[in-house]
Design a protein around this ligand. Sequence first.
Ligand SMILES: [Zn+2]
Length: 150
Amino acid sequence: MRGDPLVDAVVERLKPGLTIKDGFLGDDARDLYEIIDADAEVVAEMGLSHAGLAARMEFLARRGMKAHGGPVVYRQDIQITTDEVCGYVTCPWGCCGAFRKGVTTLHNQRSDFWVSYSALSIHMVREHHFFQGKGSSFRLDPYLLRWVLW
Ligand SMILES: [Zn+2]
């Protein structure tokens, strides 16, 4: 994978400024595939799948959008807030269209954990198994996700 020009192009688009201002890699010293593989191990250890996590993220984001931004509580313990942001962003993999920039924030009142994510984050989890690098402002730790989404 290393030295592959297609992967190099993706990594360039994950850096600050090209797709989003702060980039997706944070201050993670690992390479892209080390990040993806380490997170995949956590997902498998929890008995979950990337598709299952993405489907649940999307389901809760849709619930939030139906409330037109105002906080809405799902199942009495997951508070969902949607911040609409104008504009679209394209996937750093360059494969898959444009995604609305809005951000969904979930607060699970049982675990007291929070996560925030966009439509692009859902797509990257589902299609590219990428939760973003450590130190990235939108890093989605899969373990944390598990304690917020359910
Ligand atoms: Zn993509």
